[in-house]
Design a protein around this ligand. Structure first.
Ligand SMILES: Nc1nc2c(c(=O)[nH]1)N[C@H]1C(S)=C(S)[C@@H](COP(=O)(O)OP(=O)(O)OC[C@H]3O[C@@H](n4cnc5c(=O)[nH]c(N)nc54)[C@H](O)[C@@H]3O)O[C@H]1N2
Ligand SMILES: Nc1nc2c(c(=O)[nH]1)N[C@H]1C(S)=C(S)[C@@H](COP(=O)(O)OP(=O)(O)OC[C@H]3O[C@@H](n4cnc5c(=O)[nH]c(N)nc54)[C@H](O)[C@@H]3O)O[C@H]1N2
Ligand code: SF4
Ligand SMILES: [Mo]
Length: 861
């Protein structure tokens, strides 16, 4: 029987029908009844089944490198936290948690820290993700409420995506946007890069990074000139500071804005005219807006535009901060950020009193705690002496991650709860606690449009893994608060969370949850529901006077390129990888869309700095450096680089993006400015390149300059390169029968290792020769006996190469698709689908298919 649950990945929050097919295997389908996706799933959701095996899982509590009983581990954690608090006070300890916890986990962690330990030093990776949106909402609305739903997209005439690569990061929402555009809506994308999202837009504004305030202020000034301001709405529902319109009058003419944003004035005018003429506008934004040193101002510039034109609280008209993680929203509801208390309440004395009374707690945090960047700084300075990290990988994902690693190494007591045994952060843990993973845990998540859905267990808990809420409650009990943490099941916590959301309610906040009837069964059967209705539909906001606020925001001067750091480094995501890849890295179908970490460079910069396409390049910033494979593309703006965030110590020697950004943050939200770091680039010479293939994993990561792991069926592929002699690699090959071929003229060496006739490993390296395509050799790993041509790296006769995987569902590579387009003269995405299936399942590759067709047309012309 299919179990209804919710996708593990992004904030779209798609419903899934999961049918178990074996002990640790599951068939995944979209849930046709779920309001977020109506049955659709993207490439990541579709291939969730490939990530539910037990490979790499942490299955037992570990103290140092030794397995320990739960009792021992929990007692130790409780004792160390209690002793540290006793000796140094509550603010000497901290939790660093995650938007990938379930609401119930999050609630318990927040309660323990703020109500019982008595500090607000609990912050979350959401600080890195949408805290600028939170701060912007607070300033404008008086409460952190996203006043939009997906249905607004269906009703909009103009959809503006700002700093959002929706086609890759929120693919199912993107499909909804495309459907609306097919019915006549206009799509504008504002992003310095020509992403696949931008590629399909009616208008793409390749904005100069960091100039979004100027762009949005200019839009508002234009709307005012054009008579598009809703004066009645302003008069009745919005407080406008005296200086507001005067400030907007200065320097916001079309030409000045075009210069600041480095945009053609004609394109900018087209955008402004569209905006002024289209009341049903949804402006959706994410990290290009939030992850900036001026993130909160950028958010308020967008909110100003919507408030002043009355485009809020009405169908098809809303500012829409789309959330990244599956439960970023749930974290905001429980108060998981250091800057909120609980249930959308802040630290005002009356709120503290209400929450403390509700929890019947001995104490309550007095003031906001340390925000993520400050928290890790305090860790480095020895002010935090015990840290518990749950469901996040800060050694990878924090800015200036090298410094974060030093801080973790210096901390006297680090606890890490994770599902994976070996993570970059786990390497610093004194205690590692095995958490239950997606597919094993039960609870709720809230998606971008405030829809609460159940995640349900599909499998029994493996090994000694336990749900996060259980782990935290156990520590709470062992610290001495037995009854406050006496939960038996997630339903107990859910009901308490619902009661707190309504406790002492004076009608001032939008956030309250409806009571779930029917006891535990009612919780088990809970159908997806959205809280908050249509927020602000009545024009009342959560401020003391009920009015929203326009906030006067000014564009910060944009720095000229520095002599030593002449480029601007932008960082972000790939379509088929998820963050530090602890889960997507297990799925061969997701691995080869982008198999290696690339630095994308504009052709002018490549010429200027001597970077070769496909060669290696070192990207450096004042914080650190890392090597990437260079990709020279015209989709980058000149002067800017783009690198992905997904690779780690476990998966690569290069692509270590976390080492590069500055540990600087927006002054209002504390969100780091990940999208614009002064940087430099230089080519890296290599003497040889090659690859190694292993059935399963090698004993350790190959110790060469460039080594990148790629998950493949039945094993792992490692792409390799170095400027030192390729010694030492043989030691990684397993024992077995070796066959070998050497070509000294080209510096080529090919080794295959066979065991009982099966291929168990291969090593191909060359200085000046060709390397075979990997596909055929990868298939040989699964064959019952290796072909005699194994050292040739291909089947006798024909050579087939699929190229990078474009369609993950049907495993179709770029070359296969281009050949089909060419040979069968396919002219649109539907025709490609009809011919070879590409794009007909999850649809995530449809933007890429459109681009390949367009490129073929250009080539043909
Ligand atoms: N495939 C995939 N999907 C994901 C995730 C994942 O890891 N992989 N993670 C999830 C999470 S947690 C999040 S937060 C979301 C993030 O989703 P997105 O915000 O869509 O993703 P990013 O790639 O971080 O950045 C978005 C875009 O901002 C642009 N940008 C950079 N600087 C500026 C600027 O100054 N102005 C403007 N207007 N744009 C700028 C970048 O070029 C980039 O294309 O994705 C979620 N979905
Ligand atoms: N340079 C740069 N850095 C960035 C960003 C960027 O755009 N550029 N984006 C930032 C953003 S928006 C985000 S959201 C962060 C994401 O960064 P992280 O939160 O560090 O990324 P993940 O790899 O998702 O880490 C989640 C961890 O939790 C584990 N896990 C999964 N499920 C569970 C569970 O149920 N319980 C427990 N206990 N553990 C679990 C996983 O194995 C993994 O180790 O990165 C931020 N860092
Ligand atoms: S869009 Fe994709 S990754 Fe996001 S929730 Fe839906 S299926 Fe999962
Ligand atoms: Mo995020």
């Amino acid at each position: 029987m299919a179990i209804k649950t919710t996708c593990a990945y992004c904030g779209v929050g798609c419903g899934i029908l999961a049918t178990r097919t074996g002990e640790r295997s599951v068939h995944i389908q979209g849930d046709p009844d779920h309001p977020a996706n109506h049955g659709r799933l993207c490439s990541k959701g579709t291939h969730l089944g490939e990530t539910v095996g037990l490979d790499g899982r942490l299955l037992h509590p570990m103290i140092g490198q030794r397995r320990a009983s739960w009792d021992k581990a929990l007692d130790l954690v409780a004792k160390r936290f209690r002793d540290t608090v006793t000796q140094y006070g509550p603010d000497s300890v901290a939790f660093y948690v995650s938007g990938q916890l379930l609401t119930e986990d999050y609630y318990v962690a927040n309660k323990l820290m703020k109500g019982f330990i008595g500090s607000a030093n609990i912050d979350t990776n959401s600080r890195l993700c949408m805290s600028s949106a939170v701060a912007g909402h607070m300033r404008a609305f008086g409460e952190d409420v996203v006043p939009a739903s997906y249905a607004d997209l269906d009703a909009a005439d103009l959809i503006v995506l700002v700093g959002s690569n929706t086609a890759w990061c929120h693919p199912i929402v993107y499909q909804r946007i495309r459907a609306r555009c097919a019915a006549g809506a206009t799509l504008v994308v504002i992003d310095p890069r020509r992403t696949e999202t931008a590629e399909e837009a009616d208008l793409h504004l390749a904005i100069r990074p960091g100039s979004d305030v100027a762009l949005m202020n200019g839009a508002l000034a234009w709307c005012r000139e054009a008579g598009a301001i809703d004066e009645r709405y302003l008069a009745n529902h919005v407080a406008v500071p005296d200086v507001f319109w005067k400030a907007l009058g200065d320097g916001h003419d079309l030409w000045s804005v075009a210069r600041t944003c480095d945009l053609p004035a004609g394109e900018l005018r087209r955008f402004y005219e569209l905006l002024a003429a289209t009341p049903r506008t949804v402006t959706m934004f994410s990290q290009g807006v939030n992850q900036s040193l001026a993130g909160t101002d950028q958010v308020n510039a967008i909110l100003n535009l919507h408030l002043a034109t009355g485009r809020i609280g009405r169908p098809g008209a809303a500012p829409f901060s789309i959330t990244g993680q599956p439960n970023a929203m749930g974290g905001r509801e429980v108060g998981g950020l250091a800057t909120t208390l609980a249930a959308h309440r802040d630290f005002a004395p009356e709120n503290r009193a209400v929450v403390q009374r509700f929890w019947a707690s001995p104490t309550i945090a007095r003031k906001p705690g340390l925000k993520a960047v400050d928290l890790f700084r305090a860790l480095g300075e020895g002010r935090i002496k015990a840290l518990w990290v749950m469901a996040t990988n800060p050694a990878v994902s924090m800015p200036d991650a090298g410094r974060v690693r030093e801080a973790l190494a210096a901390c006297p007591f680090v606890v890490v709860s994770d599902v994976i045994a070996d993570t970059d952060t786990g390497a610093f843990a004194h205690v590692r606690l095995p958490a239950a993973a997606w597919g094993e845990k039960d609870g709720t998540v809230t998606n971008s449009e405030r829809t609460v859905s159940r995640q349900r267990a599909l499998f029994p808990l493996p090994g000694e893994a336990r749900p996060d809420w259980w782990i935290v409650s156990q520590v709470g009990r062992r610290m001495g608060w037995k009854s406050a943490f006496a939960y038996d099941r997630p339903a107990d916590i859910w009901r308490e969370h619902v009661r707190l959301s309504r406790y002492g309610d004076d009608g001032g906040r939008v956030f309250t949850l409806p009571t779930t009837g029917g006891g535990n069964a009612g919780y088990d059967d809970l159908a997806p529901f959205r809280w908050g209705g249509t927020p602000f539909a009545d024009g009342r906001f959560a401020t003391p006077d009920g009015r929203a606020r326009l906030v006067a925001v000014v564009q910060k001067p944009l720095a000229a390129p520095l002599t030593n750091w002449p480029l601007t480094l932008n960082t972000g995501r790939y379509r088929d990888h998820w963050h530090s890849m602890t889960r997507t890295g297990l799925a061969p179908r997701l691995a080869r869309h982008r198999a290696e970490p690339l630095v994308e460079v504009h052709p002018d910069d490549a010429a200027r700095f001597g970077i070769a396409d496909g060669g290696l390049a070192r990207v450096a910033t004042p914080q650190g450096e890392s090597v990437y494979r260079a990709s020279i593309v015209a989709t980058q703006r000149a002067g800017e680089l783009f690198v992905p965030i997904h690779w780690t110590d476990r998966t690569s020697t290069g692509g270590r993006t976390g080492l590069l950004p500055r540990p600087l943050a927006d002054p209002h939200s504390g969100q780091p400015g990940f999208k614009a770091t002064p940087a430099a680039i230089a080519p890296v010479a290599t003497r040889w390149r090659g690859f190694a293939l292993f059935a399963g994993e090698p004993a350790r990561r190959p110790d060469v300059l460039w080594a990148t792991r790629v998950a493949v069926p039945a094993g792992t592929l490692w792409e390799l390169a170095d400027d030192r002699a390729p010694d030492g690699l043989d030691a990684l090959l397993p024992s077995g029968e070796r066959v070998e071929a050497v070509d000294p003229a080209r510096g080529t060496r090919r080794v295959a290792v066979l065991a009982k006739g099966r291929l168990v490993a291969a090593l191909f390296i060359t200085e000046s020769g060709e390397l075979p395509a990997r596909d055929w050799l990868i298939e040989q790993l699964s064959a019952s006996s290796a072909a005699p041509t194994v050292l040739a790296g291909r089947a006798p006769g024909v050579a087939v190469e699929r190229g990078a995987i474009v369609c993950a569902c049907f495993d179709l590579g770029m070359r296969t698709i281009v050949a089909a387009i060419r040979e069968r003269r396919l002219t649109d995405v539907a025709a490609v689908g009809a011919a070879i299936g590409a794009g007909t399942n999850c649809g995530s590759c449809r933007p890429a298919l459109a681009r390949l067709i367009a490129e073929e047309k250009t080539d043909a012309a």
